[in-house]
Write a protein that binds this ligand. Structure first.
Ligand code: SAH
Length: 359
C-alpha cells in the first residue's frame, strides 16, 4: 500500500526523503505546502522540482477528502459537510461560528461500535477508524471551502476517538505542530464515552488538551441502560481514571450529560451527579438530548433543564447548557451519521460539485 503523505510528521518526512536522496529542505517545503498552504494537489506546489513531485506521486498517496454534501443551517449558520474518503466511505464534520472563534467538530471513525442508545452515529456499527490524514483532511477541506480560520477543534463527531487511539494521537501532534496549523492544544477537546485504560494512557502523554467524558448517568445501573460501555467500566473506575488524568495533566475534565426526559433528569440524579462532579472538580456540560429518528428519547422541557442546572449549581458545580447549533441540518450532537438515508429509505445521491470549493 502506498504511504499516506499527510500522516507523516516533519521529522519522519525528512528521514524518508533524505533516505531517497533528496535534500532535507525539500521535506520542509513539502510539509509547508501540505499543512500550512493546504495544497491538495502537487500542481499547486510551484517551488518543488518535477522529479521530486514525480517521486512523491509514485510512492505516496495524497489524501484529499471530497465534499459530497454541504448544508448550511438556516437557524444559526452552522455548516455540515459530508466527505467522501478514498475507499468510498463517508464521514460528517461540522463548522460552527462562535464569537470567540470558529470551531470544527470532526469525526474520528466511520461509524462507531459503542452503541450508545441515544446516538445516531452508532446505528450501523463500526466500519473503520480514520487515518490521521483523514481527521486533518476534514479541517483542511473546511478551511479551503469556507475560506475561514479555525481556532478550535472538537473530536466529538462520529466515532469513539479513544477506540482509534494511535491515529488520534498522531492527528493531535500534527494539528498542533508549530510548523503546521499550530493550533494550541488547549483549543482541542477530545470526547470519550469512557474507555478507562485509554484515559490512563492519554493522561501519560501529558497533553494540555481538554478531555470530555460522556457520563450521561450518575449510577452504574442507569448508565448501563443507555450506554453499553458501562458494562465494561464502572463509574468508580471512570472517576479514578479522571482523577489520574487531572493530576497528570492539570487539566479539568468536562462531564457531558445528555438530559433525557424521564430517564436521567430526576432531582436525585442531579444530586448524585453533583457529588461526582464535585469530587472530580469537573465542569458539567448539559446537552438536552437531540432527536434521532430511530429512538424515542425526548428532551425535558426548558424549565426542567434550567431546574436541573440550578440544582447542580446549588452544590457549587460549574455548569453550562450546550448551545444547540445546526439542529435543522442534523448537525447537532448525536445526529451525525454514516449512512445518508432520505425519507423513503433510499441512499441519498451525493452532490457532484460544491460551489465555492477550490478546484
Ligand atoms: N464517542 C465520543 C464522541 C462522540 S459523541 C463520546 O462518546 O463522547 C459527542 C457527544 O454527543 C457525546 O457526549 C455523546 O454522548 C453526545 N450525544 C450523542 N447522541 C446525542 C444526542 N442524541 N443528543 C445529545 N447528545 C448526544
Amino acid at each position: 500500500m502506498a504511504k499516506d503523505l499527510l500522516s507523516f510528521t516533519l521529522e519522519e518526512l525528512k528521514e524518508e526523503l533524505t533516505a531517497a536522496g533528496f535534500p532535507a529542505f525539500r521535506a520542509s517545503q513539502l510539509y509547508r505546502w501540505l499543512h500550512v498552504q493546504l495544497a491538495d494537489d502537487y500542481a499547486e506546489m510551484t517551488n518543488l522540482p518535477a522529479d521530486f513531485k514525480a517521486y512523491l506521486q509514485e510512492n505516496y498517496v495524497l489524501t484529499r477528502l471530497e465534499a459530497v454534501d454541504h448544508q448550511v443551517s438556516a437557524l444559526d449558520g452552522t455548516q455540515k459537510f459530508l466527505f467522501r474518503l478514498r475507499d468510498g466511505e463517508t464521514v460528517e464534520s461540522v463548522f460552527m461560528k462562535y464569537r470567540f472563534g470558529n470551531s470544527v467538530c470532526i469525526s474520528s471513525q466511520v461509524g462507531c461500535r459503542m452503541g450508545c442508545r441515544f446516538c445516531a452515529s452508532t446505528i450501523d456499527g463500526l466500519i473503520r477508524g480514520l487515518l490521521p490524514s483523514e481527521m486533518l483532511g476534514q479541517i483542511y477541506q473546511i478551511r479551503r471551502i469556507t475560506g475561514e480560520r479555525v481556532s478550535r477543534v472538537v473530536v466529538m463527531g462520529t466515532g469513539e476517538p479513544l477506540d482509534n487511539y494511535d491515529n488520534l494521537l498522531r492527528f493531535i501532534r500534527l494539528l498542533t505542530d508549530e510548523n503546521g496549523q499550530n493550533i494550541s492544544q488547549r483549543n482541542i477537546t477530545v470526547s470519550t464515552c469512557g474507555i478507562v485504560p485509554k484515559i490512563y494512557e492519554l493522561a501519560r502523554e501529558k497533553l494540555s488538551i481538554t478531555l470530555a467524558l460522556s457520563l450521561h448517568a450518575p449510577t452504574d445501573e442507569k448508565r448501563r441502560e443507555i450506554m453499553p460501555v458501562a458494562n465494561q467500566y464502572s463509574i468508580r473506575e471512570l472517576m479514578d481514571a479522571c482523577g489520574y488524568y487531572f493530576r497528570s495533566t492539570g487539566r479539568r475534565i468536562t462531564f457531558e450529560y445528555s438530559l433525557i426526559r424521564g430517564v436521567n433528569d430526576s432531582d436525585r440524579e442531579a444530586q448524585q451527579l453533583a457529588r461526582l462532579a464535585g469530587r472530580a472538580g469537573a465542569h458539567i456540560n448539559l446537552i438536552p438530548v437531540n432527536p434521532v429518528r430511530e429512538t424515542n428519547y425526548a428532551q425535558p422541557d426548558l424549565s426542567a433543564v434550567t431546574a436541573f442546572k440550578n440544582k447542580l449549581e446549588k452544590h457549587g458545580i460549574n455548569v453550562s447548557i450546550r448551545r444547540v447549533l445546526g439542529r435543522d441540518i442534523d448537525g447537532a450532537c448525536g445526529q451525525l451519521r454514516h449512512r445518508h438515508l432520505s425519507e423513503d429509505g433510499a441512499i441519498r445521491q451525493p452532490v457532484e460539485s460544491m460551489s465555492g470549493e477550490k478546484k
